[in-house]
Ligand binder design. Structure first.
Ligand code: AP5
Length: 215
């Protein structure tokens, strides 16, 4: 099973993708995570992406399409994958269609996580994660049990993303509404678009997703 999680920055795509990985044996393919790794490693892709990401702009289509095409070919994706943060515009969606057809693959569901834009700034500016094991947290919605320490691995290396400040979040939301929202009618037309209430609690959203994927 191959699926796309669609939703504005902070809608909960990454949070839910991690839960779905465990439950359904799928692999999360987050272009944001891959690009951040490229920036941290100082690769050519990272050099192209760095300033654009910090400004909340999209990285060029050919860069992300190439990354996803290579990643989907890896062995661990054979059991299915969750696209998180890709595609982000119509050109990427069309490139994905062509890529999947060429590889003999298809999409089973595109799931929109619907959220009220007002809550997104609070969700994103309160987010932090463990730099060692990757566990995600939130100041209000998912705090660590012991101040400054990761619940999962005990590390004190807790970080906030550079693009998680209010000004950049507002640019990212604008990019979402101009570039990514037009994908909703695109996938509606293909009959594979589903919706979940991303405003519900993390567990309630997970239940809705489980119901769709188990049907
Ligand atoms: P990316 O990393 O994809 O960021 P994003 O789309 O902005 O999404 P986020 O990771 O911010 O949000 P999320 O929906 O995963 O929310 P999360 O689960 O963390 O992209 C970053 C940048 O990379 C882009 O701006 C662009 O520059 C570049 N890029 C990436 N892909 C690209 C592409 N395809 N093309 C071109 N450029 C690309 O949740 C947020 C917080 O809320 C967390 O703290 C969480 O704990 C909390 N939370 C989650 N769910 C709930 C809930 N139900 N209730 C309460 N709190 C919740």
């Amino acid at each position: 099973m191959n699926i796309i999680l669609l939703g504005a920055p902070g809608a909960g795509k990454g949070t839910q993708a991690k839960m779905l990985e465990d439950k359904f044996g799928l692999v999360q393919l987050s272009t944001g995570d891959m690009l951040r790794a490229a920036v941290a490693a100082g690769t050519e892709v990272g050099k192209v992406a760095k300033d654009l990401m910090e400004a909340g702009e999209l990285v060029p289509d050919e860069v992300v399409v190439g990354i996803i095409s290579d990643r989907v070919d890896e062995e661990d994706c054979k059991g299915g994958f969750i696209l998180d943060g890709f595609p982000r515009n119509t050109a990427q969606a069309e490139a994905l269609d062509a890529m999947l057809e060429e590889k003999g693959l298809s999409l089973q569901h595109v799931i929109e996580m619907k959220v009220n834009p007002d809550i997104l700034v609070e969700r994103i500016t309160g987010r932090f994660s463990c730099g060692d094991c990757g566990a995600g947290y939130h100041d209000i919605y998912k705090p660590v049990s012991k101040e400054g320490t990761c619940d999962e691995c005990g590390s004190t290396n807790l970080n906030r993303r550079k693009d998680d400040n209010e000004e950049t979040v507002r640019s990212r939301l604008e990019v979402y509404s101009n570039e990514t929202e037009p994908l909703l009618p695109y996938y509606q037309g293909k009959g594979i678009l589903r919706q979940v209430d991303g405003m519900a609690s993390m567990d309630a959203v997970a239940e809705e997703l489980n119901a769709i994927l188990s049907a």
